[in-house]
Design a protein around this ligand. Structure first.
Ligand SMILES: Cc1cc2nc3c(=O)[nH]c(=O)nc-3n(C[C@H](O)[C@H](O)[C@H](O)COP(=O)(O)O)c2cc1C
Length: 191
């Protein structure tokens, strides 16, 4: 069974990307995966600086996140779009996790060869579709296989019902195929 981690690049209480990642994990469990949602609010980290790292080593929360990524075959990221790019929270978090510890460890251990799917949502009509290009590139450069199907869901503040499910007319079929593809590819490649 595919073991998948779901997260969003926003720590905001009412984040629509958190809603998307959380719903993605519910959907993945319904589709037969073993999916876990995590909230980056629970893993605060300092802004990455090599001087800080040299003096203090890897913060406990970065170690916990790294372990979580190590323990999963694949992951899903719902990314906010900030000025056409991903949020500083997401970049900072992933950068911390890329750091080797112990130092002799090969590069990008939690990412290399993993499967991922990406999507985003924003209050605007385009759903933050521009962020998916740099995010796909960033993950690809870490050795992650990002599945081709992706989704940008517009009008994100109205896209979910009161139970947290994506509404039918807010690209539910496309989003379902993103999650299904993540499960299928992860299952095949980790067999
Ligand atoms: C610095 C900043 C830049 C933003 N740039 C964009 C943008 O380029 N495209 C977009 O659709 N929304 C943009 N927004 C609006 C976000 O999509 C909106 O704040 C959204 O709710 C953030 O995601 P969240 O709800 O998951 O926290 C921006 C917001 C901020 C704070």
């Amino acid at each position: 069974m595919a073991k998948l981690l779901f997260l969003a690049g926003s720590a905001r209480k009412e984040s629509c990307n958190k809603k998307l990642a959380k719903f993605g994990s519910v959907l993945a469990n319904e589709l037969g995966a073993d999916a876990t949602f995590i909230d980056l609010k629970d893993y605060p980290l300092p802004i990455f600086c090599e001087d800080f790292e040299a003096e203090n080593g890897m913060p406990e929360n970065a170690q916990k996140l790294k372990q979580l990524f190590n323990d999963h075959d694949g992951f899903f990221i719902a990314s906010p779009e900030y000025n056409s790019a991903y949020s500083p929270l997401l970049k900072n978090t992933l950068d911390w996790i890329t750091r080797p510890s112990p130092e002799a460890e090969p590069k990008w251990v939690p990412f290399k060869g993993k499967i991922a799917a990406i999507a985003g949502t924003s209050p605007g009509a385009l759903g933050g579709m521009r962020v998916l290009v740099p995010l796909r590139m960033y993950l690809g450069n870490l050795g992650v296989h990002v599945v081709p199907t992706q989704a940008a869901i517009g009008h994100g503040f109205q896209a979910f019902d009161e139970t947290g499910r994506l509404k039918e007319d807010n690209q539910l079929p496309l989003f379902t195929s993103v999650i299904q593809e993540l499960i299928t590819v992860t299952t095949k490649l980790s067999a």
